[in-house]
Design a protein around this ligand. Structure first.
Ligand code: FE
Ligand code: FE
Ligand code: ZN
Length: 281
């Protein structure tokens, strides 16, 4: 498996059995990066952090040459809700997660910009940027990523220009970036199957490819532009294995960590990663 040294491939794993346990599970599955929640994804209060366990994971990742890993914010947060209490709760959880991430310095923290509901886009964009400006500090060692969204309902982040509008208002530029989800951008209408170069050119024009830090590698159950957000196993959806392999090997993307969020377990993710490496190796 020399290819895993060239590419950083991993998947979303559970830390329910502990952080070090999760790192070992990733390694055993042939991964050299991974993604995880720092708390119950439905947004319940998190247990106090087991600092010894996180320190052990940090050492394990370094010893095994892992690429940066990604913590994902709970799905239920809405940082741009019109309800001030909901926005405050989102801010508190993000702040708590970012404090936890300082025990794993040099990695990524990814979150969904949220749903604007009936507010104008501008109001939502302003709220998210304001939150980021409150949370980010020059000392922190985590890069916070906004995820590209499928545009389901009133999701913010359905286009590169919407993400740019948020990023543009952030003061500490070196602390923020973007995570591109292949299922989401496809569902949002970016045809990465037949026009990957064109999509990346647009990303570069609107946001700048230097702001792209991570890829969520998923196939999609639905056609391009469907705004659905239903992930499929790699090669079992509308994007297809060939196009997804072109994403992994693209000269402007191949250095990034790729995290699978396909509907299967760790054994399934291990086989999907092997299938990719066999095709591109
Ligand atoms: Fe996500
Ligand atoms: Fe994703
Ligand atoms: Zn999704």
């Amino acid at each position: 498996m020399t290819q895993t040294k060239t590419y950083a491939l991993g998947a979303h794993l559970s830390c329910a059995k502990g952080f070090l346990h999760m790192g070992k599970e990733a390694k055993d599955a042939g991964m050299n990066t991974m993604q995880f929640f720092l708390r119950n994804p439905r947004g319940a209060a998190a247990k106090p952090l087991d600092e010894a366990d996180v320190a052990a994971l940090r050492a394990f990742l370094a010893e095994n040459g892992f690429a940066p890993v990604v913590a994902h914010a709970p799905y239920t947060l809405n940082p741009c809700s019109p309800d001030e209490r909901v926005r405050e709760l989102a801010g508190e959880m993000l702040a708590d997660d970012l404090r936890r991430m300082e025990h794993l310095p040099g990695n990524f923290y990814n979150f969904h910009p949220g749903s604007r509901l009936k507010q104008p886009l501008e109001t939502a964009v302003e709220a998210i940027a304001e939150l980021l400006n409150r949370l980010l500090t020059p000392e922190m060692q985590t890069t916070v990523l906004l995820e590209t969204m499928a545009g389901k309902g009133s999701e913010v982040g359905r286009s590169f220009s919407e993400l740019h509008a948020i990023l543009d208002r952030v003061e500490l530029q070196e602390k923020v970036g973007v995570c591109l989800d292949t299922c989401h951008v496809w569902d949002a209408g970016y045809d990465i199957a037949s026009n990957l170069d064109g999509v990346l050119e647009e990303f570069d024009r609107e946001i700048g490819l230097r702001k792209l830090y991570c890829i969520h590698l998923n196939d999609s159950l639905n056609p391009c532009g469907s705004h659905k957000d239903r992930h499929a196993l790699l090669g079992k959806g509308e994007i297809g294995m060939e196009a997804l392999c072109r994403v992994v090997t693209h000269p402007q993307l191949r250095h990034l960590p790729f995290e699978l969020e396909t509907p299967t377990d760790t054994d399934g993710h291990a086989s999907e990663i092997q299938a990719i490496l066999q095709r591109i190796g």
